[in-house]
Write a new protein. Sequence first.
Length: 234
Amino acid sequence: MQAIILCGGLATRLGEATKTIPKVLLDIAGRTVVDWQLQLLKYADVREVILASGHLHNVLYEHVGDCRRGVWVRYAKEEQRLGTGGAIQNAMKQIRTSPFFVLNEDILLADFSLRKMLCRFHRGMIGLLLSVYVDDVRPYGQIVSDTSGKIITFREKQSTCSAGDINGGVYLLNKTVADVFPKDRARFSIERDVFPDISNLWTLRSDVSWIDIGVPERLSYARRHFPKGVFDES
């Protein structure tokens, strides 16, 4: 099985921390983010990962190489900014298996197995998104689904505080998702330009221990509370 990790972002919100290294090489509890993600994928029988790289590609390659933690690693370098959707489209040139996983570069999960997504997925789905329940959806936007998990709509970031399910940045996609990609441009967003137009998109609801490290305060939180891959709130 294969997977894509989106790791070509500029990570400007993290300031000095990512001026010389990609976000996926940041240290969390003695390992890089990509090491934690490769471990997660390996436990789900992923044997090959395509790193959708761009910013600081050479630094990423020098650190990760062609095989890491028992997983073969390939690269899909973008020569221009492609957005999340364009990066997936570019990396899919090397995808042979279906379904395949896609992970955002700034996601950490604890006490969760991606096998749960594999068990939930069926061939009739174009995609299955991991959703995470949070007390305040304002920083993220919200996924609204019915009782079966079929996604009804996506709500953009809201001004009022409310609990709900958010996009966890982990996807299990059928290769037919490419049929929904915009035909007239290489740069596009999977979240804004593709997912809302798919009628057969589902979510696996979860209360998994989850954090994205895309801003300094959440990166700092992860470094304090993610020892050995388990979130510790004490």
